[in-house]
Write a protein that binds this ligand. Structure first.
Ligand SMILES: [Zn+2]
Length: 80
């Protein structure tokens, strides 16, 4: 397997793990050297820290957002 192909496969694997929220243990060298995965991992870690610090939403907020969003984007015939 060519070195480039191996790098691209590793990149795809690491990016998939990052976006799925899976641990990327052992991938530190790739994260340190990849101009896409490293910043993505840093941004996702920042979001995770932000979510830990954010105040807890009131009960029912998610339901209200979904209902109002659905009401705005779908006509009555399109809603389930
Ligand atoms: Zn990468």
């Amino acid at each position: 397997m060519s070195e480039l192909r191996e790098l691209l496969e590793r990149h795809d694997r690491v990016m998939r793990l990052l976006l799925e929220g899976e641990p990327v243990l052992g991938q530190e060298p790739h994260l340190a050297g990849c101009p896409v995965c490293g910043p993505t991992a840093a941004k996702l870690a920042e979001v995770a820290r932000w979510l830990l610090e954010a105040p807890r939403p009131r009960p029912g907020l998610l339901r209200d957002v979904v209902e109002r969003t659905a009401a705005r984007c779908c006509s009555a015939e399109e809603r389930p």
